[in-house]
Design a protein around this ligand. Structure first.
Ligand SMILES: [Zn+2]
Length: 320
């Protein structure tokens, strides 16, 4: 029996350039995942677990997939946190992935809007090495001995997939600059060819090692301070996790803590901006916007941190 894992995300699916067009996203997402399922069934795979990691994980459904399921056991899991490793996976495909925050893409991001970056840093690396969802998932699966034999998605995702492992197959089906340049049917052919190439690899070379600490830098540095009161390890201005599996094990409770603290940050900043407005009520709008403190206050209220607030107060004192 061969058990395959398909770890799927939406942003790197071919043809999707508008994430608000839900009918189109739904159709193209299920269409592309169907290519994997059908190719794996034709190859002789007896069990396939599909994990929809995008948002609530409710976009891939058996009804929407265009597959012939006779004899193959197919199950769908919503979100990575619900994935079980009890019935081991022989290999994994990562489908439809996107690059990290600040990379080129349709919606490049690292988990959330309030993560500025994630990076690796060990004694032998002088500079931090940026890391995104692709490598974090690959290491998390590696910690469970699951080889990631192929990654598909946009150009930044496949670059990250090969940056850390040049051996595995990558399949780029999405470019920022070539919208609608090729028929999606050609991409389906390319995906099928890539899947078959991936299945012929020596899988032992595709297991990612997960043995380095990983760090989060937040858009708002106050978050690291606040989270450290909940027992998270703060190193400099960053949160530190032992490795990617440790980060993944903490991810969902971490998000809940971040949501709570973000509410507090928002309210504190609303109060702060009100206070500043009363202090500068005689300053005209144009002068306010172009002033140093005005520029800082133009940030999102989620991102305004203690450092920014001190700068605003210092700049006001100078002007008085
Ligand atoms: Zn996504």
């Amino acid at each position: 029996m061969v058990h395959a894992l398909l770890l799927c995300d939406l942003e790197g699916i071919a043809g999707i350039y508008d994430l608000h067009d839900m009918p189109q996203c739904h159709r193209l997402y299920n269409k592309e995942v169907s290519v994997y399922v059908n190719t794996l069934i034709a190859w002789g795979c007896s069990k396939i677990t599909i994990c929809d990691t995008h948002s609530q994980g409710d976009m891939i459904t058996l009804d929407a997939l265009d597959v012939e399921t006779s004899g193959t056991d197919i199950s769908i899991v919503a979100q990575a946190k619900n994935l079980s490793f009890e019935d081991p996976y022989d290999f994994a495909f990562m489908i439809g992935f996107h690059g990290r925050e600040d990379s080129i893409g349709i919606l490049p991001h690292t988990w959330r809007f309030d993560f500025k970056s994630m990076f690796l840093k060990n004694a032998t690396q002088l500079l931090p090495v940026p890391i995104g969802e692709v490598e974090i998932f690959a290491r998390w699966l590696g910690a469970h001995s699951v080889p990631v034999i192929m990654v598909s998605g946009d150009v930044a995702a496949i670059s990250e997939a090969n940056q850390f492992n040049p051996y595995r197959i990558v399949c780029c089906v999405k470019s920022v600059y070539e919208q609608n340049a090729h028929s999606l049917d050609y991409y389906d052919q390319k995906i099928t060819t890539s899947i078959n190439a991936a299945l012929s690899l020596d899988r032992s070379f595709c297991v990612s090692h997960d043995a380095e600490p990983v760090y989060i830098e937040f858009q708002n540095q106050d978050l690291a301070v606040m989270l450290s009161t909940e027992g998270y390890q703060k190193t400099n201005n960053h949160l530190e996790f032992k490795d990617c599996a440790d980060f993944m094990n903490h991810l969902y409770p971490l998000i809940q803590h971040m949501n709570q603290f973000n509410q507090q940050i928002w309210q504190d900043n609303v109060d702060f901006v009100r206070k500043i407005r009363t202090l500068v009520k005689d300053v005209d709008r144009e002068t306010f916007i172009t002033s140093e403190y005005g520029k800082i206050l133009g940030k999102s209220l989620y991102f305004l941190d203690a450092h920014d607030r001190n700068k605003v107060l210092a700049s006001l004192q100078q002007n008085q």
